[in-house]
Design a protein around this ligand. Structure first.
Ligand code: NAP
Length: 520
């Protein structure tokens, strides 16, 4: 069996101690193991800070962008092998695997282009200079420079390629070295990516490290110039934030956590019209893509009471057409959940929801799964749970169920009530609105905006819309409250997390000369 190794301090190291076995979640066949005991974490971080940091900071944005372009090309050249790994270790269908691998390539390529556009500079000029006194000579200018530490990235199991790439793209472009820790259960894809980057010598020494296996005390070793970007459960995020060094040294932390994303159908939409069909398609796709293990998946489906029965029946029909089983089979549209514990948690979540609501499609029981040995694999069917109109529906807003599970919530149709229900999720990554009623849309957008990182305005005329579940590098990803309060991506906005904003105050000509600004 393959032993995954960590790449730290410029070399591959096999960890010892309690190894975790990585399996194929469709068949439970063991594929690899990973352990991190014995890996010198302090030395790994120091190597990144002392060797990788200066090498990256010596480069311009355009040169760092060229590194990202090299990464994108290397991943693209190995696309098929990475897809196979994502299918085997992640339980992904081919389409799910493409979402992860191609998303990684696209995000790296987008940040490569951004680097090219930012050009020969090594820092960012932030806004206009300001006159500070009566004399125009007394001048102020903000600039953003790369932080002198290491960026530690702790990722969730669901997007091993994209998660690594989207965080690394922003950090490397900003000029910070990265130590990436993938979730252990699905680490084979991230491990192979690291092998590719090392084999092809894409990055300077120390610019990128990979820790496989448990995190041990990694986050406790960070200091004031370091940053920690975490994606995973809200509980782990809260633990990391509360670490003594994180508080005492003001370690900058970004958390992407749980989210009860909502899709809201407006009162103007009629059964069977184009908007209605788009809404159904988006909900079905979001519930079943990656078996619902997407932080942006729709969890709460808000429908005006008059249409609730139609939506329930139509959605149940669409969900019934989704073949569940071994994702290597072409006819299979939904694979298993990633691990036995994710399945156990999702089942428990379904049971909790079904106490208050009513199962409209699927259940917590094992579904028929095609192409797998009897009883094997971590399968759950799509599950739709219907709540009575106007019910207080506590459980639908209480906890995210990380699987192909959504709650159907009838509401009065007013934008005010929709916004109040969305807000009960206590902060989310994305919500989507489906309506052509301008007045309703305005009230709904501004009603839900404080509770979301992104709002998707569904419209049938947008060709090839990826739906609300797709995170695009040009737009921010993150959300308030339960979602972790973080923000990633969003073009150049992503760089701010990895840079120190500093105000320069002094003589105008001296500052302008220092920064290479032409005096006007
Ligand atoms: P998790 O247990 O919090 O694990 C996430 C990552 O944190 C893994 O790499 C894990 O490593 C690591 N980790 C666990 N405990 C740690 C600790 N004490 N110190 C440092 N690192 C630690 O989350 P999960 O249950 O695997 O992931 C599912 C959850 O992630 C879902 O609830 C979902 O909502 C959330 N999620 C959010 C987003 C987003 O973008 N907002 C995206 C995907 C998932 P090991 O694997 O080695 O334990």
């Amino acid at each position: 069996m393959l032993n995954l190794r960590s790449y730290v301090s410029g070399r591959w190291i096999e960890g010892g101690g309690n190894a975790q076995t990585l399996v194929n979640p469709a068949t439970e066949e063991p594929l690899a193991c990973a352990a991190s005991d014995g890996v010198d974490l302090a030395a790994a971080l120091e190597h990144a800070r002392r060797v990788g940091g200066p090498a990256l900071r010596a480069l311009s944005f355009a040169e760092r962008g060229a590194l990202l372009k090299g990464m994108a090309q290397a991943l693209q050249a190995n696309r098929d092998a990475l897809l196979e790994l994502a299918i085997a270790n992640g339980g992904n269908t081919r389409s799910d695997a493409k979402f992860d691998i191609e998303g990684a390539v696209f995000t790296l390529a987008t940040y490569a282009e951004l680097g090219e556009r930012l050009g020969p500079a090594r820092f960012l000029i932030d806004g206009e200079g300001v006159q500070l006194g009566r004399s125009p000579r007394f001048h102020g200018q903000h600039v953003c420079v790369p932080r002198a530490g290491v960026a530690v990235h702790i990722n969730a199991f669901n997007f091993p390629a994209w998660g690594l790439a989207e965080k690394a793209a922003a950090a490397l472009l900003a000029g910070m070295p990265v130590l990436s820790k993938p979730a252990t259960s699905s680490a084979m894809v991230a491990h192979r990516i690291m092998e590719i980057l090392v084999e092809k010598k894409i990055l300077p020494d120390g610019a990128m490290s990979l820790l496989v296996g448990g995190p041990r005390e990694l986050a406790s070793l960070l200091g004031g110039q370091d940053v920690l970007a975490f994606t995973g459960s809200g509980d782990t995020g809260a633990q990391l934030r509360a670490l003594k060094n994180v508080i005492g040294e003001s370690v900058r932390v970004n958390v992407e956590a749980d989210s009860l994303n909502a899709a809201v159908l407006g009162p103007d939409v009629e059964h069977g019209d184009d908007m209605y069909e788009l809404f159904l398609k988006d909900v079905q796709r979001d519930m079943t893509q990656k078996a619902g293990q997407k932080c942006t998946a729709i969890r709460r489906v808000l429908v005006p009471e008059a249409l609730a029965r139609d939506v329930r029946d139509d959605l149940a029909e669409l969900l019934g057409a989704v073949r569940v089983g071994n994702p290597t089979l072409e006819e299979v549209r939904m694979g298993p959940l990633a691990t036995a514990s994710q399945l156990a948690e999702a089942r428990e979540g379904v049971e909790r929801l079904a106490v208050e609501g009513k199962l409209a499609f699927g259940s917590a029981a094992r579904p028929a799964a095609v192409g797998v040995p009897a009883g094997r694999g971590y399968f759950l069917s799509p599950v739709l749970i219907e709540f009575p109109a106007g019910a207080a529906a506590f459980s639908a807003h209480a906890r995210e169920v990380f699987g192909p599970v959504a709650s159907l919530l009838p509401y009065s149709g007013t934008a005010e009530e929709a916004a109040a229900i969305v807000a009960r999720g206590r902060g989310g990554l994305v919500s989507s609105l489906y309506s052509e009623d301008q007045d309703w849309m305005e009230k709904a957008v501004f009603g839900i905006a404080p509770y979301n990182g992104r709002i998707f305005l569904g419209h049938p005329k947008i060709e090839l819309s990826p739906g609300p579940g797709t995170v695009l590098p040009q737009l921010v990803h993150g959300g308030p409250g339960r979602a972790g309060g973080g923000e990633e991506l969003g073009g150049t906005r992503a760089l701010a997390f990895y840079m120190q904003r500093v105000a320069l105050e002094g003589s105008r000509p001296a500052i302008q000369k220092l920064l290479g600004i032409q005096s006007s």
